[in-house]
Design a protein around this ligand. Sequence first.
Ligand code: SME
Length: 165
Amino acid sequence: MDKEKKIARYQRLQTQLAGLLDKTCDPLARMATIAALLFHKFDYFFWCGFYRLVQGELVIGPYQGPLACQVLAKGKGVCWAGVKGEKTIIVPDVRQFPDHIACDSRSLSEIVVPYRDGSGNVAGVLDVDSDCLAQFDGTDARQLEMIVAWLRVNTIAGEIKGKKS
Ligand code: SME
């Protein structure tokens, strides 16, 4: 997909999300909505979903696509690398990534985007796989980073804030 078309599609998606994600501050509800919208809007997204830090483990959250690993081996793979490095990771060819975890052998390229909670701590990652090589670039990174910023709420604080506004 050329850059202009990709940016325009993300911008339309951002507008849709703004109209959908104001219904609740609940992170799981927002993850489910983000995963569903992303998966159905980008045909090069083979798998799209979240892994959440739960008591020191990366545990599956809302996702779209083929069955995925429920808990990721501690410290291994792209998602843990994103959590540890606290930055987006683009993998043009997953077969070249050391200890990549293949939940589905059809995945060939990947992007992992850490998200933060309301206190600014990394709380997990958005993980997107494609079944084609080198599908993700800086545009996907910047746009997905803006999208996961919707998760930067503390559930309780977010709901209290939401009720007051
Ligand atoms: N490939 C990821 C694991 C998650 S599956 O892609 C959904 C990793 O190496 O961390």
